[in-house]
Design a binder for this molecule. Sequence first.
Ligand SMILES: Nc1ncnc2c1ncn2[C@@H]1O[C@H](COP(=O)(O)OP(=O)(O)OP(=O)(O)O)[C@@H](O)[C@H]1O
Ligand SMILES: [Mg+2]
Length: 222
Amino acid sequence: MILQLQNITKQYCHRNGAVIKALSDVSASIEKGQFTAITGPSGSGKSTLLFMLGGLLRPSSGSIFFNGQPLHNAGDNALSEFRKNNVGYVMQNFSLVPYLIAEENVMVAVSLLQKDKKKQKEIARGLLAAVGLSDRMDHYPKELSSGQQQRVAIARALANNPSIILADEPTGNLDPLLASEILNLLKELNTERGITIIMVTHSPEAALYADKKILLKDGCVV
Ligand SMILES: Nc1ncnc2c1ncn2[C@@H]1O[C@H](COP(=O)(O)OP(=O)(O)OP(=O)(O)O)[C@@H](O)[C@H]1O
Ligand SMILES: [Mg+2]
């Protein structure tokens, strides 16, 4: 088991005073090397759950363990070490830097772990080649198709050689053909590199790529 959630609740205290219960008593376990899909209606707590699995949010109560080590009470430094050493993130809107070419977008992430500029470039180029973008390394995001932009984002997510990739609606902005290319790429990273993938998706077709589904409704696992 790589990640374990026990009786997680999360409430957001909004500045208007409202308390919003995003997750209630969620327990789940994710095996190493598994491809998991988190599905459920809008507002059911999917992104909240994903952020929590990635050490970006702490639960209001309950426990999370990564390889048996507690994350729920880890300090800021320990959480950021956990993210840096283990997790890659892929988001729906790609979030690439518009004024950097593909290679430089990936280098930004590589630079967190590798200080030598020449090596950064080498690693970034290798990662872009791995996602099939050898011929687009010097393109700006706006010169790339949406599917290609998402590939750059996936290359960037691989910069720290993560054991886990968290993807929030990675195909939400893509047409069905491009979506299946991205899903195949994630599946390949899963089967060939053994990366544990946790993907939030609305799409039943996308969820078919997963070995396991976690269905959320109103913050509860159904
Ligand atoms: N930072 C926040 N502050 C206050 N409420 C929040 C915050 N983030 C999320 N929420 C609320 O928590 C609930 C769960 O949100 P979450 O983003 O996890 O849902 P989701 O399943 O990812 O939805 P979607 O499919 O629309 O992305 C929602 O009711 C949302 O309004
Ligand atoms: Mg969401």
